[in-house]
Design a protein around this ligand. Structure first.
Ligand SMILES: *Cc1c(COP(=O)(O)O)cnc(C)c1O
Length: 362
């Protein structure tokens, strides 16, 4: 068994994707072509955000969002240590300091109560990560940010399609960033990402930064990056977006099915989804004791499992903060494991995983 079966989706959309790629190859606008404009329109409609800026990756989306806010040396950005490296790597790349707030041990997301004591005069933004597909407590985070006059950037790389209190992930903070890396809920066939905002001025700034800070041909008013989106990637994503609601519903069905089967077998440490949230189930992550043994037993039964993430960011040499006080993140990084989930998993495959997991923990 494999952790994901993205090739099965390709079998379903092959004719359409190849036809759209052929259109791009013929019109010749290989970068930022008409497909990019159409994709941005459809993504902003889907996410209920006024503006969408298509970019080259989820990492560049974070970088561009922070550059648009003017974050740089001497600034502090509060974020979670329980995430992928890109979240804090981009903060460090801009010369700012990631300040790590510990997480909630049920949702694995940043704990608003832990943010409060970390705010200083240097704090410029808070970056909550909607980890494994579920938003953080955005109302509490936004209220707190507003009170202190700082920005909130939702790192929604894993939560495109999720909802928070009936609002869409990517539209629950001043800026949001997402990724279309192949294994994300909405994934392309290569690297790409997007920034979202309702703020016209910020959107314009992000569009400018995306193309080397250029406002007219060879006029550079800002320092930018090469953060452009390829037309071919946009064409692929348009085909995927057309089927995304169905894929998302299937992920959610599989997630719920895992949870009821595990609960029925007496296993309680299934993902906790807040009643006001729906998860995009980027990962199906459980907590176990003796994780190494459980994973080894699963492997014997040909069931792959992954660990997201084995080391919290405050302990990663590149972005470390020895002063961070994040015991819950440290404990969770020793207990979590993710089981195969993907919109193209069959019910039979899932039953195999369910049986193997229940046998492996007992
Ligand atoms: C994947 C991911 C990113 C980076 O996205 P890329 O498109 O791979 O650059 C950033 N943050 C989180 C939480 C992610 O999961």
């Amino acid at each position: 068994m494999r952790f994901m079966n993205l090739d099965r989706q390709y079998d379903l959309i092959k004719d359409e994707v190849l036809a759209q790629l052929e259109v791009v190859l013929n019109h010749g606008q290989y970068i930022m072509g008409p497909e990019v404009i159409t994709l941005e329109q459809q993504l902003s409609e889907f996410a209920d955000a006024k503006h969408c800026v298509g970019v080259s990756s989820g990492t560049d989306a974070l970088l561009i969002a922070m550059m648009a806010l003017g974050i740089g040396p001497g600034d502090e950005v509060i974020t979670t240590p329980f995430s992928f490296i890109a979240t804090s790597e981009t903060i460090v790349l801009l010369g700012a300091k990631p300040v790590y707030a510990d997480i909630d041990d049920r949702t694995f997301n940043i704990d608003p109560a832990a943010i409060e004591g970390l705010i200083t005069a240097k704090t410029k933004a808070i970056i909550p990560v909607s980890l494994f597909g579920q938003c953080s407590d955005m109302d509490a985070i936004n209220a707190f940010a507003q009170q202190h006059g700082i920005a909130v950037i939702e790192d929604a790389a894993q939560s495109f399609g999720a909802t928070y209190k009936n609002r869409k992930s990517c539209a629950v903070s001043a800026i949001a960033t997402t990724s279309f890396y192949p294994s994300k809920p909405l994934g392309g066939y290569g690297d790409s990402g997007a920034c979202f905002t309702d703020d016209e001025a910020l959107a314009e700034k992000m569009r400018t930064i995306r193309v080397h800070g250029q406002t007219a041909q060879y006029q550079h008013t800002l320092v930018g990056v090469n953060g452009r989106l390829d037309s071919m990637q946009a064409a692929i994503l348009l085909s995927k977006l057309a089927r995304f609601k169905e894929d998302l519903a299937n992920r959610q069905r599989l997630g719920d099915r895992y949870t009821s089967a595990f609960k029925a077998a007496g296993f309680e440490h299934t993902p906790f989804i807040e009643p006001h949230n729906t998860s995009a189930y980027a990962q199906y992550t459980v907590k176990v004791d003796q994780r190494a043994e459980v994973i080894a037993r699963l492997r014997e039964k040909n069931v792959p499992a992954m660990i997201f993430y084995p080391t919290p960011l405050h302990q990663q040499p590149a972005v470390a903060d020895p002063d961070a006080n994040c015991p819950i993140s440290e404990a969770m990084s020793k207990q979590v494991m993710s089981l195969p989930i993907c919109a193209f998993m069959t019910d039979e495959e899932q039953e195999e995983v369910i049986d193997a997991f229940i046998e492996s923990i007992n």
